[in-house]
Each structure stands twice: as C-alpha cells, then as structure tokens.
Design a protein around this ligand. Sequence first.
Ligand code: SIN
Length: 289
Amino acid sequence: MAETALRAPPIRLKPNPSGFGAEITGLDLSRPLPPQTLAEVKRAFADHSVVWFPDQPLNHDQLEAFTLQFGAFGDDPYVKPLADRPHILEVRRESEETASVFGGAWHSDWSFQDQPPAATLLHAKIVPPSGGDTLYADGYRAYEALSPAMQRLLGGLRAVHSAGRPYGSGGFYASETVKRSMQILPSVEAEKTHAHPVVRTHPVSGRRALFVNLVYTLGLEGMTVAESAALLGFLFQHMTQDAFVYRHAWRTDMLTMWDNRCALHNATGGYDGHRRVMHRTTVAGETPV
Ligand code: SIN
C-alpha cells in the first residue's frame, strides 16, 4: 500500500481563476492510473467540473480503458459509433462541410435519458488551426447566483426533457438537406420524454446545480406553456452569461472530460475550410435528484 502511494505520480493541477475548469498534467493516461492518482483526478473533477489533459496520444483501447476507470460506459443513442467500437462516437466535420456544427447549442449530454451520463470524454484527434473551441457553463454558480426566492421556486419544479427536437423523425437532423459526415440516426423513440428536477444535487460534491438546457428541455411540469417558456428563457440566458462560461481551446491529443450533472457545453464553429475530428465516450450516470 505504502509502495503504491510512493509510486503514484502527483497530479499537477492548474485551475482556471474562477475555479470552473482545470488543466491536469504530469500523467500518462495511456496506462491505468494508480488508485491514489485516480482518486486525485476524481477529486479534481468533482471540484472543477471540466478537466483537461494535454498531450495524451491515446488509441481506441486506451481511450476506452481510461473512460472505464470512472464507471461503466453510458448509452449513446442517435449517432452511429465507430465501426467495432460501440462506445466511441466520432465527432467529425470535414473541411468542405457546410452542415451545422454537431453539438453547437447549449446542452447537457443526453439529459432526456432516465439516467443521463455523468461525464463525457472528448479526445482531440485533428484540431483546426483556429476556431472549434468548446464553451462550458457552470451550473453551480448559475444556481448560487439566484435569489433565495427564485431558488425556492425552482427547487420545487421538474422539467420535461426529450431528444425529439434534434433526433426525432421530424426533428432537426432528419430535416437536414446538406451532407453531414457524421451519421445521425433519427428515430420516433426520440420523442419520448423524461422529467428531471430543475435543480439537482450532485452525488459527489453535494452542491446544487441548475439542470435544464436549450436543446433537450421542453417545458416545466405544472406550468402553462407561456409560464414555462418565460421561466426557461430566463434560465437559459442566466446560465450561459459570460460570468459563468469558460471557453476551451483544443490541441491535438488533448483529452477533456466534463460533468454533465453540473455543466452545460456548446461546440463552436469558425473553422470552415479545415477538418476537425474528436472521439467521444460517456460514463453512465444516475437518476437526477
Ligand atoms: C459535443 O457536444 O459532444 C461536441 C462537443 C465538441 O465537439 O466540441
């Protein structure tokens, strides 16, 4: 035990000034992390919600093995995975592609599921010379900045989530007319709904975070359409204001991991004429409470 502790490489942590997002260096992710190091990485992830590891050239097996150190794979519907790799999605946009950027609106991954993924990992394979950043928004600070009266109101509400708008049989991707290099699999299944609390308590940090998003949240239970549109409109704007957002710039071989339970993300464009390729896995989560 003492020997393991001695051999465990210390993680080097460089948090953003806001505390939301942190860089981790000093590790080789291609091999299993010693238990103490893994515990430190998990602590950093719980503290900072988005963590990234530069300079980690990982093959498919290594990306899968690293992911599994955080839990079982999540269930990733509606996008065709890599051949023979059911748990790796390729987020790809070719240089000549004119289709919209995949993931290019504020969302939390698969929040329409009964148990949405706890974490998503994205590994940068080909990064354009400029553009293609990913934005992250801190759901904890967004909640904590609300007045006690608003926190009380939201604390009793549940929101309805569905994949229908993007992935339904009449949804955004099914209606696309331009070619996309990723293969999206629209389905009537996507119209199914799940309700989750608007404010969820993180199972590890114990902190409360707002848990609604522009892409998958359709409305609020028990409210009229007008009431729920007004309240959700306010929340979407509130959650994604600059003060809560971190803009993440990629480098080839960087692995980034974010916590879907307390952070939103939004992929940006700005790299037309260049290819961008990322490999993505998810870690299974729990029923939001
Ligand atoms: C996603 O939403 O998973 C895509 C993020 C990105 O490509 O930056």
